[in-house]
Design a protein around this ligand. Structure first.
Ligand SMILES: Nc1nc2c(c(=O)[nH]1)N[C@H]1C(S)=C(S)[C@@H](COP(=O)(O)O)O[C@H]1N2
Ligand SMILES: [Mo]
Length: 238
């Protein structure tokens, strides 16, 4: 069981974590030109629009106690089976309208603060499950990438060909995680390992598994999501 729960950061703590500790590990770990490039940003403030979204208090969804976890209730729902991913070679790309595109290994991601939450997963097909997810807040990763001020949407690409898009406020919600743990254990491949979206603010089909690329954009394209493009609601908030 993951009992760690990182409290919601205030602005100063957040900037400390995102601007300094994360960067120092990125630099220490890799030292590639990409990461050296990031150093410049330590002194740069986050852009005003994104900062406002990050620090305006978003309403937290109430969480469940660990006893409420339903270990077998989460039904595997994969439109195309499991993709083959070499977990060691895996990279998460964060790009689009950002000042600093990122290319992160799981080791990089796991050095960021681990947030754990027990929330309800709701699938439109008529089932739900109380699950504990552990991972990094997406807002941390977005802050590291330094989105440009026009950014309003986030696209997620998955290794199985699944894709989706979210509004930026929901993506920056403090309970929206890029999860790599489930019910106190490493995430299984069927559940989206190495990295998946997990959030109590969206329906199940918004929670992409096997995410390989996160792209920040100012406009939504004609193509919005695997299910959304077949008529499912785009916002799909809970
Ligand atoms: N890449 C990918 N992500 C996906 C899906 C999928 O088929 N492929 N199915 C979605 C749906 S409809 C649900 S309900 C949840 C199910 O997550 P689980 O299989 O871990 O229970 O994943 C979502 N994310
Ligand atoms: Mo679903």
């Amino acid at each position: 069981m993951d009992l760690i729960r990182v409290p919601q950061f205030n602005r100063r703590q957040f900037l400390q974590i995102s601007g300094l500790s994360s960067l120092s590990f990125l630099l220490g770990g890799c030292g590639g030109p990409l990461f050296e490039d990031i150093v410049g940003k330590v002194s740069e403030p986050l852009n005003q629009r994104v900062e406002t979204l990050l620090f305006q208090p978003q309403k937290l969804v109430p969480e469940f106690p660990p006893e409420a976890i339903e270990p077998n209730a989460l039904i595997i729902n994969s439109f195309r089976g499991n993709p083959v991913i070499d977990q060691k070679a895996f990279r998460l790309i964060i790009d689009g309208e950002v000042n600093h595109s990122l290319n992160l290994s799981m080791a990089d991601i796991q050095q960021l603060p681990l947030t754990s939450m027990v929330v309800r997963h709701v699938c439109v097909e008529g089932w739900a499950a109380i699950v504990q997810w552990g991972g990094v807040r997406l807002q941390e990763l977005v802050a590291l990438a330094q989105p440009k001020r026009e950014v309003k949407y986030v696209y997620f690409q998955s290794a199985d060909g699944y894709y989706g898009s979210w509004d930026l406020p929901s993506a920056l919600h403090p309970q929206t995680l890029m999860a790599y743990r489930k019910n106190g254990e490493p995430l299984s491949v069927e559940n989206g390992a190495p990295l998946r979206l997990a959030s109590p603010v969206k329906l199940g089909y918004k929670q992409s598994k096997w995410v390989t690329r996160i792209t920040l954009v100012s406009q939504l394209g004609r193509v919005k999501g695997y299910w959304e493009d077949q008529g499912y609601e785009w916002f799909a908030g809970l």
